[in-house]
Ligand binder design. Structure first.
Ligand SMILES: [Zn+2]
Length: 117
């Protein structure tokens, strides 16, 4: 029941293979496995556009899946990480900012235990 996801770049109708998530608080663009469903901070990209991805000046690109074509059954960890990134990218109301992924202040992402149980 999942519709075919398309690349979000204009004039590109190829199937999306990866999802780009902007973590504004950390100036990091995270390219990971295709998201389960679209979110405001996420952009689906086809293989060609994900490989040609360039970040805005001053931004860092974190690739969770350098070659989406080789993604296999063992991508669960990557998907979990990507989900955590998307969770962190989602704007949180004041006082509820402790997302599953804590974004460091030096351009690095690190996993913390999820409280979403
Ligand atoms: Zn494309």
């Amino acid at each position: 029941m999942s519709p075919v996801r398309r690349c979000s770049r204009s004039a590109c109708g190829r199937p999306a293979v990866a999802t780009l998530t902007y973590v504004y608080a950390d100036s990091t663009a995270v390219l990971g496995p295709l998201a389960t469903y679209a979110e405001p901070h996420c952009y689906d990209l086809c293989a060609a556009h994900s490989q040609r991805l360039t970040a805005p000046r001053g931004w860092e690109v974190l690739r969770l899946a350098p070659d989406p074509a080789t993604l296999g059954p063992s991508s669960d960890d990557l998907e979990a990480l990507a989900d955590a990134v998307r969770e962190a990218a989602r704007p949180a109301p004041p006082g509820e900012g402790d997302a599953a992924l804590e974004v460091g202040r030096r351009g690095h992402l690190r996993m913390v235990p999820s409280a979403d149980a």
